[in-house]
Design a protein around this ligand. Structure first.
Ligand SMILES: [Cu+2]
Length: 112
């Protein structure tokens, strides 16, 4: 337990250093199709950018069940250690939430 709690902040720091160069949480879109439900109730990265026709995969790395509910679409429950993929065929900006923790967990997929 102690070990994993220690490693997480390091991983977050490495991401910031390697990536956006900004401070902490950024809404700068990241070009990726992989989103992690990291510990401490968040989607990482918060905003991603993909091409139309690509699928986004959300993986739950937390110890709690989370969901992915894209605006206007059905909800997908994701147990710890599991993942869900959703295909985006039409360009646009898609906001989504975790239905169970919607005040903390939201994100956005920008489809080009
Ligand atoms: Cu959640």
């Amino acid at each position: 337990m102690t070990r994993s709690r220690f490693l997480l902040p390091l991983a977050a720091l490495a991401l910031v250093a390697a990536g956006c160069g900004g401070a902490g949480e950024s809404d700068e879109p990241v070009a990726t199709t992989e989103v992690t439900m990291a510990k401490s109730y968040r989607f990482d990265p918060h905003t991603i950018e993909i091409e139309a026709g690509q699928s986004v995969t959300w993986t739950n790395d937390d110890n709690f069940t989370h969901t992915v509910q894209v605006d206007g679409q059905e909800d997908h429950e994701v147990e710890p250690g599991e993942s869900v993929s959703i295909e985006f065929d039409d360009p646009g900006a898609y906001r989504y939430v975790c239905r169970l923790h919607r005040q903390d967990m939201d994100g956005e997929v920008i489809v080009r």
